[in-house]
Design a protein around this ligand. Structure first.
Ligand code: 4NP
Length: 165
């Protein structure tokens, strides 16, 4: 099963989700069954590493994001990824315009896997202070835990396919 996280720039929120979820997947011993990637709806930062503030905040929690590089999302991603999760409603709306009619995977919001947070959007930390990056990590860790629990059930039920998510 393949999971794609999408934000605006692919240098703050979605690389955080990419690194956090990949670490959780590895810890669960599911690295061979769950692939993880991230992308942005804007191409401004293509080829760049995550924002230094994002890298520093994740490093403090033992997650190394420094090897990640930003890329834009495209309609072709719908042929590859079983699960596509936007970090906020604006980016979900853009993804809905790219979604091919025949897509049978799951397109939704990451925070729908963390209903206990009471939020649907991961706030964009780019123009704010260090607190924003901590909040991104808190929300992403909680939601990725919920996502992994959900996908473990799906994997057990359906083997390799996530098509019935
Ligand atoms: P992200 O944050 O979507 O979480 O990667 C942003 C990164 C860059 C910009 C905006 C948001 N920007 O305006 O360049």
């Amino acid at each position: 099963m393949k999971v794609l996280f999408v934000c605006l720039g692919n240098i703050c929120r979605s690389p955080t989700a990419h690194g956090v979820f990949a670490a959780q997947v590895a810890r669960a011993g599911l690295g061979a069954r769950l692939a993880v990637d991230s992308a942005g709806t804007a191409a401004w930062h293509t080829g760049k590493a995550p924002d230094p503030r994002t890298i520093a905040a994740a490093q403090q929690r033992g997650i190394d994001l420094s090897a990640l590089r930003a890329r834009p999302v495209s309609a072709a991603d719908f042929a590859v990824f079983d699960v596509i999760l936007a970090m906020d409603s604006d980016n979900l709306a853009i993804l809905q315009t790219l979604r091919p009619a025949e897509y049978r995977g799951h397109l939704g919001l990451l925070l729908d896997f963390a209903p206990q947070t009471g939020l649907r959007d991961v706030p964009d930390p780019y123009h704010g202070g260090a607190d924003g990056f901590e909040q991104v990590l808190d929300l992403v860790e909680t939601a990725c835990t919920g996502l992994l629990e959900h996908l473990q059930v799906v994997l057990r039920r359906d083997g390799e396919s996530g098509r019935t998510l």
